[in-house]
Write a protein that binds this ligand. Structure first.
Ligand SMILES: [Zn+2]
Ligand SMILES: [Zn+2]
Length: 234
Protein backbone atom coordinates (compact mmCIF):
# COMPACT_ATOMS: atom_id res chain seq x y z
CA UNK A 1 0.00 0.00 0.00
CA UNK A 2 1.34 3.39 -0.97
CA UNK A 3 2.09 5.74 1.96
CA UNK A 4 -0.46 8.33 0.90
CA UNK A 5 -3.17 5.74 0.57
CA UNK A 6 -2.24 4.36 3.93
CA UNK A 7 -2.44 7.81 5.49
CA UNK A 8 -5.75 8.49 3.82
CA UNK A 9 -7.11 5.23 5.19
CA UNK A 10 -5.74 5.97 8.61
CA UNK A 11 -7.92 9.08 8.67
CA UNK A 12 -10.82 7.54 6.81
CA UNK A 13 -11.41 3.89 7.75
CA UNK A 14 -13.10 1.39 5.43
CA UNK A 15 -16.89 1.74 5.67
CA UNK A 16 -19.47 -0.56 4.17
CA UNK A 17 -21.19 1.37 1.37
CA UNK A 18 -24.32 -0.72 1.84
CA UNK A 19 -24.96 -0.76 5.58
CA UNK A 20 -22.41 1.60 7.13
CA UNK A 21 -20.73 -1.06 9.28
CA UNK A 22 -16.94 -1.24 9.40
CA UNK A 23 -15.44 -2.39 6.12
CA UNK A 24 -13.29 -5.47 6.11
CA UNK A 25 -10.49 -6.91 4.03
CA UNK A 26 -9.36 -3.55 2.69
CA UNK A 27 -12.59 -2.68 0.93
CA UNK A 28 -15.61 -0.46 1.61
CA UNK A 29 -17.82 -3.46 2.26
CA UNK A 30 -18.46 -5.30 5.53
CA UNK A 31 -17.98 -9.05 5.92
CA UNK A 32 -21.75 -9.68 6.18
CA UNK A 33 -22.63 -7.79 3.00
CA UNK A 34 -19.65 -9.38 1.20
CA UNK A 35 -20.95 -12.82 2.18
CA UNK A 36 -24.26 -11.97 0.49
CA UNK A 37 -22.68 -11.26 -2.89
CA UNK A 38 -24.24 -13.74 -5.32
CA UNK A 39 -21.50 -15.89 -6.82
CA UNK A 40 -21.91 -17.46 -10.20
CA UNK A 41 -20.53 -20.88 -9.33
CA UNK A 42 -22.85 -23.08 -11.30
CA UNK A 43 -23.22 -21.66 -14.79
CA UNK A 44 -23.00 -22.40 -18.50
CA UNK A 45 -19.36 -22.71 -19.57
CA UNK A 46 -20.09 -21.06 -22.86
CA UNK A 47 -22.17 -18.02 -21.83
CA UNK A 48 -21.90 -17.95 -17.99
CA UNK A 49 -25.68 -18.03 -17.63
CA UNK A 50 -26.52 -18.95 -14.03
CA UNK A 51 -27.87 -22.50 -13.84
CA UNK A 52 -29.59 -24.32 -11.00
CA UNK A 53 -27.36 -27.36 -11.53
CA UNK A 54 -23.89 -27.51 -13.09
CA UNK A 55 -23.93 -28.24 -16.83
CA UNK A 56 -21.45 -27.76 -19.63
CA UNK A 57 -23.89 -25.69 -21.62
CA UNK A 58 -27.29 -24.09 -21.15
CA UNK A 59 -30.24 -24.90 -23.42
CA UNK A 60 -29.83 -21.67 -25.34
CA UNK A 61 -26.17 -22.41 -26.21
CA UNK A 62 -27.05 -25.99 -27.19
CA UNK A 63 -29.73 -24.71 -29.56
CA UNK A 64 -27.57 -21.99 -31.06
CA UNK A 65 -23.94 -21.54 -30.05
CA UNK A 66 -23.01 -17.90 -29.40
CA UNK A 67 -20.33 -16.23 -31.56
CA UNK A 68 -17.79 -16.24 -28.70
CA UNK A 69 -15.85 -19.24 -27.35
CA UNK A 70 -15.99 -19.02 -23.54
CA UNK A 71 -17.31 -16.66 -20.90
CA UNK A 72 -16.31 -15.73 -17.37
CA UNK A 73 -18.61 -13.89 -14.99
CA UNK A 74 -17.69 -14.48 -11.33
CA UNK A 75 -20.88 -12.93 -9.90
CA UNK A 76 -24.58 -13.04 -10.58
CA UNK A 77 -26.39 -9.77 -11.06
CA UNK A 78 -28.47 -9.63 -7.90
CA UNK A 79 -28.56 -8.14 -4.44
CA UNK A 80 -26.33 -6.56 -3.16
CA UNK A 81 -24.09 -6.36 -6.22
CA UNK A 82 -26.85 -4.75 -8.32
CA UNK A 83 -27.11 -1.92 -5.80
CA UNK A 84 -23.39 -1.18 -6.01
CA UNK A 85 -23.43 -1.45 -9.80
CA UNK A 86 -26.33 0.96 -10.30
CA UNK A 87 -24.79 3.47 -7.89
CA UNK A 88 -21.55 3.22 -9.85
CA UNK A 89 -23.02 3.20 -13.34
CA UNK A 90 -25.92 5.59 -13.04
CA UNK A 91 -25.08 7.57 -9.92
CA UNK A 92 -21.39 8.25 -10.66
CA UNK A 93 -20.54 6.72 -7.27
CA UNK A 94 -16.88 5.95 -7.86
CA UNK A 95 -16.44 4.47 -4.38
CA UNK A 96 -18.95 1.77 -5.38
CA UNK A 97 -16.95 1.24 -8.57
CA UNK A 98 -13.79 0.80 -6.52
CA UNK A 99 -15.46 -1.90 -4.42
CA UNK A 100 -16.63 -3.72 -7.56
CA UNK A 101 -13.26 -3.53 -9.29
CA UNK A 102 -11.52 -4.83 -6.15
CA UNK A 103 -13.98 -7.74 -5.92
CA UNK A 104 -13.35 -8.63 -9.53
CA UNK A 105 -9.57 -8.34 -9.21
CA UNK A 106 -9.63 -10.84 -6.33
CA UNK A 107 -11.45 -13.52 -8.33
CA UNK A 108 -9.24 -16.18 -9.93
CA UNK A 109 -9.76 -16.35 -13.69
CA UNK A 110 -10.88 -19.92 -14.53
CA UNK A 111 -10.20 -19.79 -18.28
CA UNK A 112 -7.05 -19.22 -20.39
CA UNK A 113 -5.84 -15.64 -20.29
CA UNK A 114 -6.26 -13.73 -23.56
CA UNK A 115 -3.47 -11.72 -25.15
CA UNK A 116 -5.65 -8.62 -25.21
CA UNK A 117 -8.70 -7.34 -23.34
CA UNK A 118 -11.09 -4.99 -25.10
CA UNK A 119 -13.58 -3.00 -23.06
CA UNK A 120 -17.02 -2.67 -24.63
CA UNK A 121 -16.96 0.92 -25.87
CA UNK A 122 -19.54 3.58 -25.16
CA UNK A 123 -20.67 5.93 -27.87
CA UNK A 124 -18.85 9.23 -27.46
CA UNK A 125 -22.06 11.09 -26.59
CA UNK A 126 -22.79 8.65 -23.76
CA UNK A 127 -19.18 8.79 -22.63
CA UNK A 128 -19.45 12.56 -22.46
CA UNK A 129 -22.67 12.28 -20.48
CA UNK A 130 -21.39 9.70 -17.99
CA UNK A 131 -17.80 10.89 -17.87
CA UNK A 132 -16.27 7.41 -17.80
CA UNK A 133 -16.60 4.01 -19.43
CA UNK A 134 -17.85 1.88 -16.54
CA UNK A 135 -16.54 -1.41 -18.00
CA UNK A 136 -13.09 0.00 -18.71
CA UNK A 137 -12.66 1.43 -15.21
CA UNK A 138 -13.89 -1.78 -13.56
CA UNK A 139 -11.48 -3.85 -15.62
CA UNK A 140 -8.34 -1.75 -15.14
CA UNK A 141 -7.16 -3.19 -11.77
CA UNK A 142 -7.93 -6.74 -12.95
CA UNK A 143 -6.01 -6.30 -16.22
CA UNK A 144 -3.07 -4.81 -14.32
CA UNK A 145 -3.09 -7.69 -11.85
CA UNK A 146 -3.13 -10.29 -14.63
CA UNK A 147 -0.67 -8.42 -16.84
CA UNK A 148 -3.02 -8.40 -19.84
CA UNK A 149 -3.24 -5.18 -21.86
CA UNK A 150 -6.69 -3.56 -21.75
CA UNK A 151 -7.70 -1.25 -24.59
CA UNK A 152 -10.78 0.88 -25.06
CA UNK A 153 -9.98 2.34 -28.49
CA UNK A 154 -9.77 -0.84 -30.59
CA UNK A 155 -13.49 -1.52 -30.71
CA UNK A 156 -15.49 1.54 -31.60
CA UNK A 157 -19.16 2.27 -31.21
CA UNK A 158 -20.41 3.76 -34.43
CA UNK A 159 -23.80 4.98 -33.37
CA UNK A 160 -25.63 5.58 -30.19
CA UNK A 161 -27.99 2.75 -29.35
CA UNK A 162 -31.06 2.78 -27.14
CA UNK A 163 -30.58 1.66 -23.54
CA UNK A 164 -30.69 -2.14 -23.66
CA UNK A 165 -32.58 -2.33 -20.34
CA UNK A 166 -35.83 -1.29 -22.05
CA UNK A 167 -35.69 -4.02 -24.69
CA UNK A 168 -36.42 -7.74 -24.96
CA UNK A 169 -33.88 -10.22 -26.38
CA UNK A 170 -34.85 -9.71 -30.03
CA UNK A 171 -34.95 -5.95 -29.62
CA UNK A 172 -31.51 -5.99 -28.00
CA UNK A 173 -30.02 -7.91 -30.92
CA UNK A 174 -31.55 -5.55 -33.44
CA UNK A 175 -30.48 -2.53 -31.40
CA UNK A 176 -26.76 -3.34 -31.52
CA UNK A 177 -26.56 -4.77 -35.05
CA UNK A 178 -23.83 -2.95 -36.96
CA UNK A 179 -23.08 -0.78 -33.92
CA UNK A 180 -19.39 -1.71 -33.64
CA UNK A 181 -16.30 -1.47 -35.83
CA UNK A 182 -12.60 -1.99 -35.36
CA UNK A 183 -10.00 0.71 -35.42
CA UNK A 184 -8.33 -0.13 -38.71
CA UNK A 185 -4.61 0.14 -37.97
CA UNK A 186 -4.34 -2.20 -34.99
CA UNK A 187 -3.04 -5.75 -35.42
CA UNK A 188 -5.15 -8.13 -33.33
CA UNK A 189 -3.69 -11.18 -31.57
CA UNK A 190 -5.19 -14.66 -31.96
CA UNK A 191 -6.92 -14.64 -28.56
CA UNK A 192 -8.95 -11.67 -27.35
CA UNK A 193 -11.50 -11.20 -24.56
CA UNK A 194 -14.25 -8.61 -24.57
CA UNK A 195 -14.75 -7.01 -21.17
CA UNK A 196 -18.08 -5.65 -19.93
CA UNK A 197 -19.52 -4.79 -16.54
CA UNK A 198 -22.82 -6.69 -16.64
CA UNK A 199 -23.87 -9.23 -19.23
CA UNK A 200 -27.62 -9.60 -19.67
CA UNK A 201 -28.75 -11.28 -22.90
CA UNK A 202 -25.24 -11.08 -24.34
CA UNK A 203 -26.46 -9.20 -27.46
CA UNK A 204 -23.83 -6.46 -27.14
CA UNK A 205 -20.84 -8.77 -26.60
CA UNK A 206 -22.13 -11.09 -29.34
CA UNK A 207 -22.05 -8.23 -31.81
CA UNK A 208 -18.50 -7.32 -30.67
CA UNK A 209 -17.43 -10.97 -30.98
CA UNK A 210 -18.76 -11.15 -34.55
CA UNK A 211 -16.73 -8.07 -35.51
CA UNK A 212 -13.57 -9.60 -34.00
CA UNK A 213 -14.08 -12.99 -35.63
CA UNK A 214 -14.68 -11.36 -39.01
CA UNK A 215 -11.34 -9.59 -38.53
CA UNK A 216 -9.63 -12.98 -38.11
CA UNK A 217 -9.37 -13.30 -34.32
CA UNK A 218 -9.33 -17.04 -33.63
CA UNK A 219 -10.63 -17.12 -30.09
CA UNK A 220 -12.92 -14.54 -28.51
CA UNK A 221 -13.92 -14.82 -24.86
CA UNK A 222 -16.30 -12.68 -22.85
CA UNK A 223 -15.48 -11.36 -19.40
CA UNK A 224 -18.10 -9.65 -17.29
CA UNK A 225 -18.18 -8.83 -13.61
CA UNK A 226 -21.73 -10.17 -13.34
CA UNK A 227 -24.18 -12.19 -15.39
CA UNK A 228 -27.88 -11.54 -15.15
CA UNK A 229 -30.02 -14.63 -14.67
CA UNK A 230 -32.54 -15.45 -17.36
CA UNK A 231 -35.73 -13.41 -16.95
CA UNK A 232 -38.56 -15.53 -15.56
CA UNK A 233 -40.84 -14.93 -18.54
CA UNK A 234 -38.42 -16.33 -21.13
ZN1 LIG B 1 -22.47 -4.06 5.10
ZN1 LIG C 1 -25.06 -20.81 -22.33
Amino acid sequence: MKPFRYLQRFVLPWRCLLCGAAGSDGVDLCADCAAELPRNRSCCARCALPLAAPAAMCGECLRRAPPWDAAWAPFRYGWPLDRLESRYKFGADLAAGRVLSTLWRREPCPIDLPQLLLAVPLHRSRLRQRGYNQALELGRPLARELGVPLRHDVLQRLHRTDAQTELDAVGRRRNVRGAFALHSDIALPAHVAILDDVMTTGATVAECARVLKRAGVQRVDVWALARAPKPRNE
